[in-house]
Design a protein around this ligand. Sequence first.
Ligand code: C2E
Ligand code: MG
Ligand code: MG
Ligand code: MG
Length: 279
Amino acid sequence: AAKGAGRNRFSYFTPALQVAALNRMRLTNDLRGALKGNQFKLYFQPIVHLATGRIHKAEALIRWEHPQRGLVSPLEFIPLAEASGLVVAIGEWVFHESARWVQHWRREVDPDFQVSINQSPLEFQREGASYANWLRTLQQLGLPGQSLVVEITEGLLLDASSTVTDKLLQLRDAGIQVALDDFGTGYSSLSYLKKFDIDYLKIDRSFTRNLAPESSDMALSDAIIVMAHKLDLKVIAEGVETAEQRDLLAAAGCDYGQGYLFARPLPAADFDTLLKTQA
Ligand code: C2E
Ligand code: MG
Ligand code: MG
Ligand code: MG
């Protein structure tokens, strides 16, 4: 029986899995040198105020330019960065880079401009870490907390641990705003929206994709927007790709839109040009 079980166990380890595991190991290894090698680039995607069509904010999205493989998606390397702990150093880099750019845009273009940064659950839940040094850096740059928005996923709010509550309080004390990313895809308990101090809901792309008058995704989006506004939250729709989607969302009272209709994520210098053209 033991022999049989052993054989069974081995049968799961097919060559394809071996290749995938090896690939992950190699990528993780390369990831260790990526920061020092200046292989990360920060892209920015506009977040557009739907009523006026103006860019009020941008989401910072990391890119990895691997010297051999070319562009590697964050969907592929962020999980590896989390598993290896490298995500902490990467997150610090994203913060510093974002702070530098938001300082520039606040000075040159719009004194209220905000940059939104993604934090993976592991970064956010890390014990002992605090936002105190972020606040120090912002102060050194002459920036208020409101220059930044931190995007977290709704699943975090189900974690009743004091770390999460503590982190959210730290952000609020620093004046940094909080957005719930990919809203509607995870386990969300609506009561958490009241309990925690959240500023923005980002309606997940999967709702935006099939928006049409009278559709069930339209009904859901409508309901999310009404509820959010009653709770004093602003709504950002992700994945806006068509003018029809934009118009339906605007008619439903959605505050902001983000998506390929407005612009793809752009290298910082290109985003800078776009923003200055608008101004
Ligand atoms: P996210 O935070 O939900 O970011 C939105 C994703 O949707 C981005 O993918 C963006 O390029 C894509 N997107 C924007 N507009 C459209 C559209 O109209 N249509 C479609 N099909 N897609 C659109 P990206 O840049 O590949 O990032 C994927 C995810 O990786 C992000 O999802 C976020 O969870 C994570 N991520 C990105 N940058 C960072 C980072 O600096 N730190 C951490 N921890 N995670 C990051
Ligand atoms: Mg995000
Ligand atoms: Mg999102
Ligand atoms: Mg997402």
